[in-house]
Structures are given as C-alpha cells and as structure tokens.
Design a protein around this ligand. Structure first.
Ligand code: ATP
Ligand code: MG
Length: 666
C-alpha cells in the first residue's frame, strides 16, 4: 500500500501563546516539539515527565489538532483533570479533551458499544466490595464447600481471578503458583470463578477487570470500531506507562496503530503494581513493538534537593533489573535526609506530629507535608495523634467517603432505577426495611425477577405475596419512593433523586440504626451536592464506582484548596510531591513487606516502592522507624531497621535518635 503523509499541523497565525522555550529544558522541549509517530520517554523521578506531557497536549491544541482527537490516559482521574486544567489555564480556553484512567475511558466507550460485547448499555459497574458480594453469593450457593476448612473467602477468590485476568495467566496456574495451600479445593475455586462470570453476565454487571477486557475485545473483534477509534484519537498520550499491564498496552496499540501518534512516558524504577499485573516490559519492549519509535530521555531532576536525590539514587542502585539512567539535581542544596530512630510506635507518631508542627511554625503549610507508608494500618497511631492535636489531615488510602454503608445504601436505590435487574441493589434496599432479612429479601427478589419489568411490578400481587406480613407498611413506603424517583425528570436530576431518597424514609432508617445518624445524613446531603454535576443517575453511579477503583482512588472531599496534611500509602502517592515527606514504619517485614519477599522479584519491587517514597520529597525527607513494636498479639518485639536504610551509602543521611526532654537532664 502506498502511504500518503500529512504534514504536521502548522503554527497558529498569531504565534504561540505559550513560551515553550522558557518553560521547558532542551530535552523536554524536544519531546514537546517532536512531530508525529510513536514515542517513548523514559526518565527518572521528578524529571518533568508529567509536565512534558502536559505541554505536549497544549502544543497539539495550539497547532490546531482538534481536541476530540486527543486522548490522555493517566493513573488517576484527578491527575488527568489537573493536567487538563493546567493546559486550559495556559491557553486561556475551555478544553474538550477526553482524559482519565483506562477504566474511565473504557466505561465511556462501552456505554456506546455495549451490544457488541453482549452487554446492555445500562450495565452497572461493580466496585471491589460489590464484586465481593457477588462472589460471596456464588460461594454461598455452593454452601457445602464453605465447610471445607481451607476454602478461601470471596476476596481471595476474586484476587486469584483478577490476577489471572491482568497477567493473562490461567487461573489454574495462579492457584498452583501463588496459592499452593488451596491445592485441595482448586477445582471448586475454579468452578466458582466460572459461575461468577456467568452471574455477572446474567445481571448485566461488569467489574473493573471486565472494563479493560471488554474494551480490548471490542477493539480486537470489531474492525469498524477499531477503525473509528483510530480515526478519532489521532493522538494518544499515556502517563505512568510502567504500571500498565498487557491488556492496557494492547488497547493503546490498537487505537494508535503501528505508526500512530502514541506517546508513552514512564520510569521503570517506579513500577510498583506488578501484584496487579503491571508489566514494565511494556516500556522495555516498546521499541520492539513500534520499530519506528523514537526514544527520549529527561535527565534533570527539578523536584528534590541534591541531598534527597543522592539518597534515592544510592537506594535504587541496588536493583539489578533496570535501565541505567542519569539523573542530575537542579535545585539548590538543602538539609540532609534524616534517619529517625524512635523507641516505639507511639513515639514514632509523636515525633512525626511534633516535627510537622515545627515546620508549620517555619514556612510550611499543612498541605506541604505528607506521611507515607507501606500499608494503610501503619498510619493508625499518626491519625490518633493528629486528631488529638487538632491538625487537619486526610487519609488517601482509607475507607473513602463513597465506601461507607450509608452512601452505598443510597446508591443502591439509584441502581434499581437505572437497572431494575440489579439483584444486589434490590436486596440491599429491601433489607433496609423492618422485618426484611436475608431470607425474605431472597424471596422478594425471586418474585421480582420473574416480572418482565421488576421496577414497575414492585407492588403487584406476586411481589406483595413475597413480602412478610409485618413488612407490608415499609414496602408501601418503598413503592411510593421508587415511583417518585423513577420519573424521567428525576432520573435526569440525580441530586434531586438523592434528596427524595433521604426524605422518603432513609433518614428515618439512619436514626433508628446508627448512633451518629445526623453525621451520616449530612454525608448523604453532601453526596446530593456532588451529584449536581451529573446529567443523570447512571452517569453519577458510574463515577462513584470508578472513584473507588484501586487504580483511581480519589474522593470528592479531596479538594485542592483545603490545607490538610496528607496520609497516604506509597502506592497512592505516585506522581505526587510534597515539601516534606515522612516515611514511617521503616522496619524489615513492613518495608520490605515480609510477604512480598516470597514473590520472585519481590525485593526489587519493594525497593522501587521505597524509591517512590523518597522521591516524593522536595525539601525534607525523614525516614522513621520504631525499635520496638507489638506483633501478632506479642508486645514489645524488637524491630530491625529496614534493609533499605541499612544498605544506603554512609553519608547520605543524618542519624537522629528520639528521646524525651527529661532524658537530657539526667
Ligand atoms: P514522577 O516520576 O514522580 O511522576 P515526573 O517526571 O512526572 O515525576 P513532574 O511531576 O512532571 O516529574 O515534575 C516534577 C517537578 O519539577 C514539578 O514540580 C514540575 O513542575 C517541576 N519541573 C519539571 N520540569 C521543569 C522545568 N523545565 N522548569 C521548572 N520546573 C520544572
Ligand atoms: Mg509524573
């Protein structure tokens, strides 16, 4: 076939709005100005990868590329929003660019092409907890198995199936390699996984993995859809490419095509999601998969002081499997990172909080500081200490706003309206009413399920017959409420729908159920405010489900303008930066995590995690660890400092020992 090449878009007549030369260094500029074709930017932490991607988007727009032709894929929806806001600010225009996580875009695409992959367009997205509900139900259906001693819980079965999907391995293999203790029940686990898939299909449900899988299937099997996507998205840009898996790389490759304008940026040293199937081979093999790809490097770190960078480099050097990278510091000198040795865990918490208060007395705002850790529960003592001292903070890794029971209850009402075959939503709602428990809810569902239109039939005789006598009054209330919220007007006004739900009986339920009912009711009202931005209930529900995705955990209460200290797992801190970072619980067994060490490549992945932790810091870095801790019910177990600290070059940190003022006086 003969190929006809279009010239890259020309510069705008009145010149560019942005002075790219002033905002970027030479290496970054080359990336931004590069013409068409596949491109790979591989560079260390804080070297401006995300910034370069942002300016590249701006440049494309300035050159007249239609905004609909640009697709921006990022690790969180918030990251995409921030980048696009930045571009809009630079250009002084509104943007109509599709950006967000792979899951987010998959949802948009699959709504449109649902029928091609055997779904109805009103499918419901299951978050992890919903998926566990479905799986528990599957397992309960095979109740005798639950008596088997070693039979795993729903979460574990889901983990097995999800890992299998994301690494494209057979579940059998995942079972035998990663869960050998389940050998005896392997057959039954595999059967449960199959039934789970069937159940989802029957109920028009998709879980997070399905979103990616179905999107890829759609592109693979339907030439016209792939061609349309290819024609539409002429420019595909992906941040944090080192943490994509094979399904995701297949998707972007199909959209872009072999010579397409696919630009990926990433850092192999920051690949920390292999436990979810992330494959940094995606970066390393990029030149093989795209022979015409151009490679770019960025070698100046703008984020951290030379002292912090020296420590980070001295750590990552211990990894054998990596691209050699040069990373030079650009910033002025600052204080050396500190290794802080504390007596026990509460001392660790007191140290961190006291230091934060001191920094605040200098020039720091609360939002300039973060506490980073390996596992969510490592932050418990710090949370208590911060609460006691009245310091505002936010937990990026905890139970989120939308994961709370009352929010999920309200969402269940909405799910019924949107998809009246949603068994779990019906059961959840039914059980909110007096005298309806698991058994009655099951019976009611069976009656509803038999109806052609379950929502319309909510008060028909067959259904009423299934409602226990003492529950009829409550059921009448529910019927009235459902009628109210299923009118076309209310469907298009999700905020109003939520207010109807709370006024139509849910507040009463809260009051009779919870000690802190008013706080919960307040949450629901905040949810109603949040809902104002959505055009209909379905759009809101999709957003809620995606908000909770592991790859995109973000809560709406996380407003930019609030001045709060951030507490986060390292996994959730990717791509972010703070002036002061406190890494805590840096003892062997926690960092590196004892279990992760059993996996092949586990130690290197844990070291990358430590590297990500350290490279979040701009000005100050404290690596904190207790010497004594409680473990498995035993108090006062001696803790060894993390090997990632002890292996560091001498001189890369200052040692600090925490004591009490009265010790000094002795
Ligand atoms: P990570 O690997 O952690 O994702 P990154 O490579 O994406 O980091 P950025 O977050 O884009 O790096 O940049 C790090 C910091 O350095 C940001 O505050 C950014 O604004 C700043 N920065 C990057 N390049 C420049 C530059 N040329 N001039 C001034 N500041 C810059
Ligand atoms: Mg980045």
């Amino acid at each position: 076939m003969k190929k006809y090449l279009l010239k890259p878009p020309a510069a705008p007549a009145g010149g560019f709005r942005i002075n790219y030369e002033a905002e970027l260094n030479q290496q970054q500029l080359e990336v931004v100005l590069a013409g068409d074709g596949p491109m790979l930017v591989i560079a260390g932490a804080g070297s401006g990868k995300t910034r370069t991607l942002t300016y590249r988007v701006a440049r494309l727009v300035e050159c007249g590329v239609p905004m609909e032709s640009v697709l921006l894929l990022t690790f969180t929806n918030k990251a995409a929003r921030e980048m696009l806001r930045r571009v809009a600010g630079l250009l002084g225009t509104d943007l109509r660019i599709l950006g967000g996580t792979f899951h987010h875009v998959a949802n948009v695409v699959l709504r449109r092409y649902a029928d091609r992959v055997g779904l109805k367009p009103n499918f419901t997205i299951l978050d992890r907890e919903d998926a566990a509900d479905v799986m528990s139900d599957v397992l309960a259906g095979r109740a005798k198995l639950l008596n088997a001693k070693k039979f795993p819980k729903a979460d574990v079965v889901l983990e097995i199936q999800s890992y299998a999907v994301n690494t494209e391995t057979l579940p059998q293999r995942v079972l035998s390699e990663r869960f050998p203790v389940l050998f005896e029940v392997a057959e039954e686990v595999l059967r449960a996984i199959q039934v789970y898939a069937l159940r989802k299909r029957e109920m028009n449900l998709v879980d997070f993995d399905d979103l990616l899988l179905l999107w890829r299937d759609l592109l693979r099997k339907h030439d016209d859809v792939r061609e349309t996507a290819h024609q539409r998205w002429r420019y595909v840009l992906v941040d944090e490419y080192q943490d994509t898996n094979r399904i995701q790389s297949d998707i972007v490759e199909m959209i872009a095509g072999p010579e397409g304008n696919l630009m990926v940026v990433g850092d192999d040293a920051q690949s920390i999601y292999s436990f979810r199937g992330a494959n940094f081979g995606n970066i390393i093999d990029f030149p093989k998969r795209f022979p015409s790809a151009r490679m770019f490097k960025l070698e100046i770190n703008y984020r951290s002081t030379p002292e912090i960078l020296a420590l980070a480099n001295s750590s990552i050097r211990h990894n054998a499997r990596q691209f050699e990278k040069v990373l030079q510091a650009n910033r002025a000198h600052g204080p050396k990172p500190e290794r802080v040795v504390c007596g026990d865990v509460s001392e660790q918490a007191r140290y961190v909080v006291q230091r934060m208060m001191e920094l605040r007395d200098e020039s720091y705002e609360w939002r300039d500081m973060a506490v980073l850790y390996r596992a969510h529960w490592h932050s418990m003592e710090i949370q208590m200490e911060l609460t006691q001292r009245g310091i505002p903070f936010q937990v990026r890794s905890g139970l989120r706003f939308f994961e709370q029971a009352h929010i999920k209850d309200v969402a269940a009402y909405m799910r019924i309206v949107v998809n009246s075959r949603d068994e779990f939503a019906w059961k959840r709602v039914a059980k909110l009413y007096p005298r309806i428990g698991n058994v009655a809810a099951e019976k009611i569902w069976k009656a509803l399920e038999a109806q052609p239109d379950p929502l319309g039939a909510v008060s028909c005789d067959a259904v009423l017959a299934a409602v226990p006598k003492g529950a009829r009054e409550g059921w009448k209330d529910l019927t009235r409420l459902l009628q109210k919220i299923s009118t076309p007007e209310v469907r298009r006004a999700p905020s109003e729908m939520i207010r109807e739900i709370i006024d139509g009986g849910y507040e009463l339920y809260l009051q009779t159920t919870y000690a802190n009912a008013s706080a919960r009711a307040e949450d629901v009202r905040r949810m109603a405010d949040f809902a104002l931005r959505f055009r209909d209930a379905q759009e809101l529900l999709s957003e809620l489900a995606l908000t909770m995705s592991v790859a995109g955990q973000e809560a709406i209460e996380e407003r930019e303008d609030t001045d709060v200290v951030i507490l986060s797992t390292v996994h959730q801190a990717k791509g972010l930066e703070w002036r002061a970072v406190f890494g805590i619980w840096l003892v062997d067994g926690k960092v590196p995590d004892a279990r992760a060490l059993h996996e092949s490549g586990g130690e290197e992945e844990e070291r990358r995690l430590f590297y990500v932790m350290c490279t979040r810091a701009k000005d100050q870095l404290a690596l904190v660890h207790p010497t004594i801790g409680d473990e498995r019910g035993v108090m006062g177990v001696i803790q060894r400092p993390s090997r990632f600290i002890t292996e560091l070059d001498q001189g890369t940190f200052e040692e600090v020992r925490v004591g009490y003022e009265f010790d000094e006086e002795e």
